[in-house]
Design a protein around this ligand. Structure first.
Ligand code: HEC
Ligand code: HEC
Ligand code: HEC
Ligand code: HEC
Ligand code: HEC
Ligand code: HEC
Ligand code: HEC
Ligand code: HEC
Ligand code: HEC
Length: 314
């Protein structure tokens, strides 16, 4: 399996001609016997890294023997099974580090992105709330180095932070995770601008307990009324369903106590705005919020069974 340089030149010459002629380019032939496996070798544990034979054999014209079998076995997965396949070993000149030493090729303590391409797509968390992080924005637009986050603040591994109990706003406030920079100093405070990182629920929230059926729509409040998340989620509501429903229900049979409770319930939550001042008052238009079982059914095409209303949810 010796690299044939003449073939590479012919193919290159041909595709250049095609390009100049303005015709669509025919996919260049890649001969696995000559250049090694066509598909990228991708490692996923402990972090994602990629190696391309094409770059090293076809483009850089390295012989198979420059890697096989001294540095790497010709068997995918061998290196990673050895537990020695680490950045430290590479810095000591092993594996990729045999060439990636800042001399023969770029060093392994630079250019992390070349081998550990973080995905272009923003990382998404869906639990307990929906939030996003963009590498593109932090790395390309802001020019942050990989090691400003990896691996002191975050592991280079999707889901690692989410597996920790303390991946919370409270921990951010103490300078952990996103809060390492989002402290109002190095970057905007995580206790503000929630909408920069979080997405509001797209479905209407329906309160079914203890009365049916109060409806709350983020679209109207965030979209149409242009309220920031903080206007509700800092003081009025916790960003999780069930906060209102769990509020202490007046167990008393005394109508006066019940009335007082209702007053508090409404004024404390929705009534902070629905006070005939910022928005229509809660004492006036009960049925705009309390759409009732009929309203709820109508919203769902009249198809919902009565027993579907028992639980708080969508
Ligand atoms: C710059 C280093 C390098 C060069 C040069 C190189 N390889 Fe590889 N090759 C690798 C690495 C890294 C692996 C994956 C080893 C591992 O996972 O332990 C690999 C794996 C392979 C595999 C196994 C793939 C599989 O799916 O199991 C084959 C086959 C292979 N190489 C063929 C070749 C041939 C043929 C050439 C010469 C044309 C070549 N390699 C040149 C680094 C290289
Ligand atoms: C035998 C020497 C050698 C080994 C071993 C080697 N590389 Fe390379 N690699 C090179 C050279 C030479 C270049 C091109 C010079 C440069 O970009 O600094 C290169 C370039 C690259 C590039 C840049 C590709 C591009 O599109 O510009 C990546 C990514 C890369 N190597 C990954 C790896 C990984 C991952 C390993 C280990 C699995 C590895 N290399 C092992 C010699 C080697
Ligand atoms: C030349 C390619 C290359 C470059 C450049 C590179 N890495 Fe790696 N890295 C690898 C390979 C290959 C592995 C082993 C495969 C794996 O762990 O998934 C690895 C493993 C790792 C690991 C897990 C193992 C360990 O050592 O803890 C971390 C973390 C890591 N790299 C971080 C970085 C950071 C940060 C940078 C930049 C400062 C960087 N790497 C630059 C190729 C590279
Ligand atoms: C501002 C912080 C920050 C910087 C800078 C940063 N990352 Fe990340 N990276 C993260 C976070 C957050 C995660 C997700 C960690 C988690 O889920 O626990 C992550 C995860 C990753 C992952 C695994 C994700 C996946 O899709 O598999 C890779 C690979 C990665 N980063 C590479 C890089 C590289 C390469 C650079 C530099 C070019 C870089 N990161 C710079 C914050 C950062
Ligand atoms: C290493 C520091 C650092 C870490 C860690 C970090 N960021 Fe950032 N982030 C910045 C800087 C710097 C800015 C730009 C300055 C500003 O907007 O205040 C920024 C801006 C942002 C923006 C604003 C985007 C825009 O459109 O303006 C978002 C969203 C964001 N970061 C999300 C996150 C999330 C989510 C995390 C945690 C997973 C995180 N960041 C962790 C440094 C960091
Ligand atoms: C810099 C980005 C960022 C900003 C700004 C931000 N958050 Fe978060 N938040 C996250 C990330 C990342 C998580 C963890 C993943 C998840 O829960 O989706 C999280 C988790 C949460 C959680 C669930 C975990 C916990 O702490 O209870 C709540 C609730 C929350 N955020 C509310 C808010 C509110 C309210 C604001 C505005 C005052 C806000 N966040 C601002 C990134 C941010
Ligand atoms: C006008 C008030 C208001 C505004 C503004 C608002 N929310 Fe909410 N949000 C609520 C209420 C009410 C609930 C349900 C609370 C409960 O059940 O106790 C809720 C619940 C949530 C939940 C939990 C949903 C679930 O299914 O568990 C998330 C996540 C959330 N909001 C995110 C956001 C984000 C992000 C923004 C800003 C873009 C935002 N909210 C703006 C009032 C608001
Ligand atoms: C931070 C202020 C604020 C809070 C808290 C708030 N709203 Fe609103 N709400 C508004 C504003 C502003 C409007 C739009 C102006 C208007 O219709 O009076 C609105 C409009 C509405 C509408 C009218 C929709 C339509 O089709 O016209 C309903 C229904 C509603 N809110 C229900 C609720 C419920 C239920 C709660 C409590 C779970 C709540 N709101 C909490 C500010 C708020
Ligand atoms: C801005 C929206 C809104 C308006 C307007 C509104 N309510 Fe409510 N109401 C709620 C929410 C939210 C709850 C708590 C969720 C639930 O109990 O299902 C609630 C709960 C109740 C409850 C049950 C309390 C309990 O725990 O036993 C009663 C009874 C009630 N409202 C009566 C009324 C009456 C009567 C009016 C008109 C004078 C009214 N509401 C106007 C939003 C509203």
């Amino acid at each position: 399996m010796i690299k044939r340089q003449t073939l590479a030149c012919t193919v290159l010459g041909l595709s250049t001609t095609l390009l100049l002629a303005g015709t669509s380019v025919i996919a260049e032939e890649y001969d696995e016997d000559t250049y090694g496996p066509k598909n990228s070798i991708i490692w996923n544990t402990p972090v994602k890294a990629t190696f391309d034979h094409k770059v090293h054999t076809m483009d850089l014209e390295l012989e198979c023997s420059s890697c096989h079998d001294d540095l790497f076995a010709m068997q995918r997965g061998t290196a990673v099974d050895s537990t020695e396949f680490t950045m430290k070993a590479m810095a000591d000149g092993e594996f990729c580090g045999a060439c990636h030493d800042g001399d023969t090729a770029f060093a392994t303590d630079t250019n992390c992105m070349a081998c550990h391409a973080a995905s272009e797509e923003p990382l998404m968390w869906n639990e307990p709330t929906k939030a996003a992080f963009s590498h593109n924005m932090h790395v390309e637009d802001l020019g942050l180095e990989c090691n400003s986050c990896h691996s002191t603040v975050f592991e280079m591994n999707k889901g690692a932070a989410a597996a920790m109990d303390d991946f919370t706003m409270a921990a951010f406030k103490e300078g952990k995770y996103c809060g390492a920079c989002h402290n109002g100093d190095d970057a905007f405070d995580a206790a503000s601008q929630c909408e920069a990182c979080h997405f509001p629920p797209t479905e209407k929230i329906v309160f079914n307990e203890p009365v049916k059926t109060v409806i709350f729509d983020h679209d109207i409040h965030v979209g149409r009324a242009e309220l920031s998340c903080e206007s509700c989620h800092k003081e009025v509501f916790v960003m999780e369903q069930g906060h209102v429903a769990d509020s202490e229900l007046a167990a008393s049979d005394d109508p006066a106590v019940k009335r007082a409770y209702l007053e508090t319930l409404h004024s404390k939550f929705c009534g902070t705005c629905h006070n005939s001042n910022q928005a229509f008052g809660y004492l006036t238009r009960c049925t705009v919020c309390h759409i009732g079982v009929k309203g709820y059914d109508a919203m769902h095409g009249g198809d919902v069974k009565a027993d579907g209303h028992g639980k708080s949810g969508h």
